[in-house]
Design a protein around this ligand. Structure first.
Ligand code: ADP
Ligand code: MG
Ligand code: ZN
Length: 478
C-alpha cells in the first residue's frame, strides 16, 4: 500500500481584547466573579438590539491585514441557530457565506477565511463531587457570552503534527504583535481545533477528516494530532474507513473520545441577521490598518536571513520573540562594526544562558544594557579578552550591571598579550602532560584539549584559545 500522507487544517478562535463585548457595552473580563458582566443584550432579553463594537471591527481588520487577506467590501452577519444553555438567544451571531476576509497567507500556509463572531457563555459541568440537589448539574457563567471572536480557518495545507504546531506558534506570535488579543491558550483566548485526515501520498483527493477539540497548549495540539494520525493510519492500513466525527483530546492519557458524529450534527439554519447592517469598511480604514501594522515575525525572519545573513535558526528564534529581537537590534546599533551573526550568537546563546543561570527574566529587563553587551562583544572580537573571560564578564554584568571594560580591569581579565609569557606557560603545560603530548604527536587531535585546559587553568581563562592551540602545535612540531 502507498505511504499515507497526513492532511491537516486548523480552525482558530482568537478572543479579542476590546474593552467591551461584541454587541453590548458589558466589560470583558477573565477570572471575575461569575455573571457580573451581563446586560439585557447579552442575556437575550426580548426586544433588545445588537450594536456592533467598532473597536472589534478594527481589531479584526488588523488580523485580516496581518494574514494578507482580501477584505470584503461588504460582509454580512448571520444567525447560526442552535439550542444550548451557553447561548440564551438560541443563535450565535457569526458570519457565513460573506465573511469579513478571505484568501490570506501566513508562513506558506493558505488562509481560507477569517470572520467576526461572538463567543458563547462558559458552561461548567459539575462532576459527582459537585452535585446540585443530589442530581449533578452544570453552571453557566455569562461573563464570556458575547465576547468578540475572530475565527481563522486555514486550507488543509499542513502535513504533520510538528508542522501544525510550529505554524500555530507563528500565528500566535504574529497575532500577539497586533495588540488585539492576549492569545493565551490556557485561558482560552486562543483556541485551536484541528481537522485531520490521511490519504495515499501523491493523491490529490482529500480523505475523510475528523475534528479534534480541547487542545489547550501547543504541546497538546501536537500530541492530539499525532495520536489521531496514528489511529487513522492503523485503521486505513487494516482496510477500515475513517468516520467523520468530532473528537475530544484527553491530555492526561493521550486518548481521544468521540463527541458527536456529523450525521447527527445540527442544521444551523443560517440566515442573515435582520438587526444588523452589512459591514462595509471604508478604503481609508483599510489603508490606516495596513499602515499601522508593525513588522511581523515572518517578514522580520526573512529580513534577518537575507539582509543580516543570520542563520535560519537564529533568524527564526529572534523573530519569534519580539522583545529579544528588539534587544538584539539595540545591541547591533551600538556595535556597528561587529557581524550581526556574532551578536545573534551572544544574544541567543551566552546572554540567554547567563540569564537562565541567574533565575531567568528577559534581556531587556536585565542589568545588561545593549550598550554594555555591545562593548563586551567588541572587546572579545578585538581579542582584548578571551571568549571565556567574556562569558565571565557577562555573568558579572547580569549580577551587578556596570561597564564591561571596568570589570575586566577590576577582575584582571585582560587577555595575556605578552607572547613570551604565553609561550612559557604553554611550554610548562606540555612538559606537565607528557602523555597527552605523545598522543597528539601520534595523530590524536582530541588530546590537545588536556593541554589547552591546563593553560586556561593556569591563565584563569585569560588566554586566546586559538593562539594557545597554535603555540601547542608549534611546540610539538606538528
Ligand atoms: P466543515 O464544513 O466540516 O467545517 P470545512 O470545509 O469548513 O469543513 O473545513 C474546516 C477545516 O477543515 C478547514 O481548516 C479545512 O482546511 C479543514 N479540512 C477540510 N477538509 C479536510 C480534510 N479532508 N482533511 C483535513 N482537513 C480538512
Ligand atoms: Mg467549519
Ligand atoms: Zn452585555
Amino acid at each position: 500500500m502507498a505511504e499515507l500522507e497526513a492532511v491537516i487544517g486548523l480552525e482558530i478562535h482568537v478572543q479579542l481584547s476590546t474593552r467591551t463585548k461584541m454587541f453590548c457595552g458589558c466589560a470583558l473580563s477573565f477570572g471575575d466573579e461569575p455573571n457580573v458582566h451581563t446586560c439585557p443584550v447579552c442575556l437575550a432579553h426580548p426586544g433588545v438590539l445588537p450594536v456592533p463594537n467598532e473597536e472589534a471591527i478594527r481589531y479584526a481588520l488588523r488580523i485580516a491585514a496581518a494574514l494578507e487577506c482580501d477584505v470584503a467590501p461588504r460582509s454580512i452577519f448571520h444567525r447560526k441557530n442552535y439550542f444550548y444553555p451557553d447561548n440564551p438567544k438560541a443563535y450565535q451571531i457569526s458570519q457565513y457565506d460573506l465573511p469579513l476576509a478571505v484568501e490570506g497567507t501566513l508562513g506558506g500556509i493558505r488562509i481560507h477565511r477569517a470572520h467576526l463572531e461572538e463567543d458563547a457563555a462558559k458552561t461548567i459541568h459539575l462532576g459527582e463531587s459537585g452535585r446540585i440537589h443530589g442530581s449533578g448539574g452544570s453552571l453557566v457563567d455569562f461573563n464570556r457570552g458575547g465576547t468578540p471572536l475572530v475565527e481563522i480557518v486555514t486550507e488543509p495545507d499542513l502535513r504533520s503534527a510538528a508542522e501544525a504546531g510550529s505554524w500555530a506558534r507563528l500565528l500566535r506570535t504574529t497575532v500577539s504583535q497586533l495588540d488585539v488579543s492576549n492569545v493565551n491558550m490556557e485561558e482560552g483566548s486562543l483556541r485551536i481545533d484541528a481537522n485531520v485526515s490521511v490519504r495515499p501520498a501523491g493523491s490529490e483527493a482529500l480523505g475523510t477528516k475528523t475534528e479534534l477539540k480541547n487542545m489547550n497548549s501547543f504541546r497538546f495540539l501536537e500530541r492530539g494530532i499525532e495520536a489521531e494520525l496514528a489511529r487513522q493510519r492503523e485503521l486505513v492500513e487494516a482496510g477500515g474507513t475513517v468516520v467523520q466525527e468530532t473528537l475530544h483530546f484527553h491530555p492526561e492519557d493521550g486518548s481521544l473520545t468521540a463527541l458527536r458524529s456529523k450525521e447527527e450534527a445540527h442544521d444551523y439554519r443560517y440566515f442573515p441577521e435582520p438587526d444588523l447592517v452589512p459591514l462595509a469598511p471604508t478604503e481609508a480604514m483599510l489603508q490606516e490598518t495596513r499602515e499601522s501594522l508593525p513588522e511581523l515575525p515572518e517578514a522580520r525572519m526573512r529580513r534577518y536571513e537575507s539582509e543580516l545573513k543570520l542563520s535560519a535558526e537564529n533568524a527564526a528564534q529572534l523573530a519569534a520573540d519580539p522583545a529579544e529581537a528588539a534587544y538584539f537590534e539595540a545591541v547591533r546599533d551600538k556595535a556597528p562594526t561587529v557581524e550581526a551573526q556574532t551578536i545573534a550568537n551572544w544574544v541567543t546563546g551566552e546572554m540567554a544562558a547567563a540569564l537562565r543561570q541567574a533565575d531567568g527574566g528577559a534581556a531587556a529587563d536585565s542589568k545588561v544594557t545593549p550598550k554594555s553587551l555591545a562593548a563586551l562583544v567588541a572587546m572579545v572580537g578585538e581579542k582584548k579578552i578571551s571568549h571565556g573571560s567574556g562569558k565571565q564578564v557577562l555573568a558579572t554584568l547580569v549580577e551587578e550591571g556596570g561597564d564591561p571594560a571596568a570589570i575586566v580591569e577590576r577582575d584582571g581579565l585582560a587577555q595575556i598579550s605578552d607572547g613570551g609569557e604565553l609561550e612559557s606557560i604553554v611550554a610548562a603545560a606540555v612538559e606537565a602532560n607528557p602523555e597527552a603530548a605523545e598522543q597528539i604527536r601520534s595523530g590524536n587531535q582530541k588530546a590537545i584539549g588536556a593541554i589547552v585546559g591546563a593553560v586556561m587553568k593556569q591563565t584563569k581563562g585569560r588566554a586566546d584559545g586559538g593562539e594557545v592551540n597554535r603555540l601547542i602545535k608549534e611546540k610539538l612540531g606538528i
